[in-house]
Design a protein around this ligand. Structure first.
Ligand SMILES: NC(=O)c1ccc[n+]([C@@H]2O[C@H](COP(=O)([O-])OP(=O)(O)OC[C@H]3O[C@@H](n4cnc5c(N)ncnc54)[C@H](OP(=O)(O)O)[C@@H]3O)[C@@H](O)[C@H]2O)c1
Length: 303
């Protein structure tokens, strides 16, 4: 019996992963804070994302553990939300490490979510896993603490891969739908200077890369899960308008974005940070991207 465990598997990316692997495993178990009825050989097991409990036994004899748990970063960064964003990632990662330590037959591989936001704001230099420079600020400090908790746990029989993932473009969740919505409202012009780089990954590549990491025994450590060609904000918005047949898009300067972000309960950092990240390790290992052209990817997702 092969078993896949996905902690935080009920969200956008967990659903993408579950759907891709539904025929590849005999059993798929989602660790969630709420019970959810699932189809076929998938089931939910309750955990709280921070303490050892009956869920722990599910990990024994599982082939693969994937952790996607974490409070959404699409919110205002006041102190309560900041603590939730940080703690939900650190606590879930730490307790999974403890649970692996209790297993007689621990999972062979553990893939933990991380973020391409770990690198500094960069307009010019491309950030790869070897020479990329780690940034500063709240989101970077979360990413650093997240990876520290992940790599800090002792799991001698479990290979570990941190997925430094860029903005995942998909149909049923994530950042793309809000971008489509503002474009349809005629507000899809450049945001800020428009020069900020936009690292992205199509949902199909996201999940194929997870598969690649599971099958490739030599891969461990941090991997940039990003398409090989970062775009920039001005180009992304242009391509979205073109794809959606919207003839104009009013640009938003930083002040307007600050007001808008406050009104819709989010942060401008999500739009204005220049994420200039490339998948050096994946390319070196021979991963072939299905979607490396942003215009084609948007066409496929918007159609
Ligand atoms: N989407 C992207 O473009 C993107 C890009 C880079 C990195 N990531 C990272 O990838 C992970 C998954 O992203 P996603 O887009 O799938 O997010 P999502 O849709 O918000 O799902 C996150 C999952 O985390 C669980 N969760 C939320 N708050 C929690 C808490 N306090 N304690 C324990 N579990 C909690 C939820 O599970 P239950 O409510 O069922 O417990 C939910 O299923 C996140 O850590 C995110 O930061 C995402």
């Amino acid at each position: 019996m092969s078993k896949l465990i996905i902690a935080g598997g009920t969200g956008f990316l967990g659903t993408v992963i579950t759907s891709y692997f539904k025929d590849a495993f005999d059993e798929i178990v989602l660790l969630s804070r709420k019970q959810k009825k699932l189809e076929n050989h998938c089931r939910t097991v309750i955990w709280d994302g921070k303490t050892i409990g009956p869920w722990t036994s599910e990990l024994d004899d599982a082939e693969v553990l994937i952790n996607m748990a974490g409070k959404s970063v699409d919110c205002r960064y006041h102190s309560k939300n900041k603590a939730l964003i940080l703690n939900s990632r650190i606590d879930s990662t730490k307790v999974l490490g403890e649970a692996i330590g209790l297993c007689k037959k621990p999972p062979k591989v553990w893939l933990n979510s991380s973020t391409a936001t770990i690198y500094r704001h960069s307009l010019d230099k491309e950030m790869d896993e070897e020479t990329g420079e780690i940034g500063t600020g709240f989101s970077v400090s979360v990413a650093k603490a997240w990876e520290k908790a992940f790599f800090g746990s002792e799991t001698p029989h479990t290979r570990k891969v941190a997925l430094r993932t860029a903005i995942v473009l998909g149909k049923d969740g994530g950042a793309l739908q809000p971008m489509i919505n503002i474009t349809k409202l005629g507000l899809g012009g450049k945001q800020g200077s428009g020069h900020q780089k936009f690292s992205w990954i199509h949902k199909d590549d996201f999940v194929q890369i997870i598969d690649f990491c599971i099958k490739n025994d030599t891969l461990s450590g941090a991997i940039n899960v990003v398409s090989p060609h970062p775009s920039d904000n001005k180009t992304v918005m242009q391509l979205l308008r073109k794809t959606l047949n919207i003839p104009f898009g009013i640009p938003s300067n930083k002040t307007l974005l600050e007001i808008g972000a406050f009104l819709i309960n989010t942060e401008t950092e999500l739009l204005l940070k220049s994420r200039n990240v490339i998948p050096k390790r994946l390319l070196k290992q021979g991963y072939t991207f299905t979607h490396d052209d942003l215009e084609m990817a948007l066409k496929e997702l918007v159609s």
